[in-house]
Design a protein around this ligand. Structure first.
Ligand code: UD1
Length: 421
């Protein structure tokens, strides 16, 4: 397995281009299953999860062509199998996103249950219950969801919890349902809105985008021609590099970003002492060489502070001035990075779903192990501030969600290299 070695102590500076959002690219590629016509998706990030999604669609018989600029052209009418096998679903939970589109367009889907994962149990009961309410016959047997329907029927769905992929699955399913579907308590994450805009570009009729109530008027087919859709920029990648710069007391400019999707994160960076300047599609952060101040964070669905950014802020807090608390309310069991940071000398106390971080004068490099995607990124960030060489193992998690992380950090002046297995 590849590893990363980071030599701490360099202030990051310079400019960087941010990639397309992983969490928008995955549902949008799944949504291409709904279209009768070829579709091209651009600004696709170079990630392992994208390769897995292409494998998933490819093994169903969908034709995919990728060019050197990471534009993917998808023809889904060649599909022969309506299945997402365990081998692929176990490596990428987001494979569940093919359930809605397969069922809506082809009336059949066999999708492996995602099962547990490193950050809690993450069930899919809300996806299944809502599809049953829309008329699907669903049996869960031998670890698979077997779903069948003649045509889904529109209805009112009130989701028990705000779920991102749940909202996305139902949004996709409802585009081809008979009649109108209303999704209440829908997730408002920018990636959900990006998917909704893509569906509308293919011919869907969705209103209420960016709000908690989505209304979908079902249509017979999605068959708009010549669609080329560019994925929105990755707000989590953006936030991760901003924190990397803040922890090293540096100054960076990130380009091709959407600043409006990062309000909660930018507020916390300002509280930590960063000077933030924003333009239409860029963000500048400058610490003026100062040590960051510790901040208190509470995760919650968008537009509140994202759970996918809490581990990175934990890294910031452990070398900041003062005491900062990180409270996780979206997932259980999302503090696996804490133990690893403690091995680097961090002063963190865990009390139920809160990590109390007291900033230390210095943390020291240690071999650490990545356990999930964002936890891995937080360990790399901690390595940038540590004294010595931090070795981060099991970085396949990082490659699932960060496009060329070592090249991008090197571009900002970090001393980081990959050791291939
Ligand atoms: C998505 C993101 C992930 C992010 C998360 C929260 C993708 C591919 N992944 O994950 O990066 O961390 O949103 O912003 O977009 N829940 C249920 N039943 C369900 C569905 C969810 O109880 O049927 C619970 C989950 O256990 C969790 C909460 O709802 O506690 C939110 O999860 P959800 O928004 O569904 O996360 P994902 O869509 O899996």
């Amino acid at each position: 397995m590849d590893k990363l070695i980071i030599t701490g102590g360099t202030q990051l500076s310079g400019e960087l281009r941010i990639s397309g959002a992983k969490n928008a690219a995955l549902p949008i590629l799944a949504a291409t299953l709904l279209c009768e016509e070829p579709v091209t998706v651009g600004n696709i990030p170079h990630l392992h999860d994208i390769t897995t999604t292409m494998q998933l669609l490819g093994q169903m018989g969908v034709q995919l062509t990728i060019d050197e600029k990471m534009n993917i052209e998808v023809h889904s009418s060649t599909i022969t199998k309506f299945e997402a096998p365990y081998e692929l679903v176990k490596t990428m939970r987001a494979s569940i996103l093919v359930l809605g589109p397969l069922l809506a367009r082809f009336g059949e889907a066999n999708v492996s249950l995602p099962g547990g994962c490193a950050i809690g149990s993450r069930p899919v009961d809300i996806h299944i219950d809502a599809l049953i309410k829309m008329g699907a016959d669903i049996q869960v047997e031998a670890g698979y969801i077997h779903a069948k329907v003649d045509r889904l029927k529109g209805c009112k769905l009130i989701l028990d919890k705000v779920t991102v992929t749940g909202t996305e699955n139902l949004l996709m399913a409802a585009t081809l349902a008979e009649g109108t579907t209303i999704i209440e308590n829908a997730a408002k994450e920018p990636e959900v809105s990006d998917l909704a805009h893509f569906l509308n570009a293919m011919g869907a009729k969705i209103t209420g985008i960016d709000t908690a109530i989505l209304t979908i008027e079902g249509v017979e087919k999605l068959d708009n021609k010549n669609i080329h859709y560019n994925i929105l920029p990755d707000r989590i990648e953006t936030g991760t590099y901003l924190i990397a710069a803040a922890i090293t007391r540096g100054s960076i400019k990130l380009k091709d970003v959407r600043p409006g999707t990062l309000d909660a994160v930018l507020d916390k960076l300002k509280e930590a002492g960063a000077e933030i300047t924003i333009g239409e599609n860029w963000i500048k952060l400058d610490m003026h060489g100062k040590k960051p101040k510790a901040v208190n964070i509470r995760t919650a669905p968008y537009p509140a502070f994202p759970t996918d950014m809490q581990a990175q802020f934990t890294a910031l807090n452990i070398v900041a001035e003062g005491v900062g608390t990180i409270t996780e309310t979206v997932f259980e069991n999302r503090f696996m990075h804490v133990q690893e940071m403690q091995r680097m000398g961090a002063n963190i106390q865990l009390e139920s779903n809160t990590a109390i971080c007291t900033g230390s004068e210095k943390i020291t490099a240690a071999p650490v192990m990545a356990t999930d995607l964002r936890a891995s990124a937080s360990l790399v960030i901690a390595g940038l501030a540590a004294e010595g060489d931090t070795l981060v193992d099991r970085i396949y998690h990082i490659d699932r969600g960060y496009d060329h992380i070592e090249e991008k950090l090197s571009q900002l002046g970090a001393t980081i290299r990959r050791i291939p297995r």
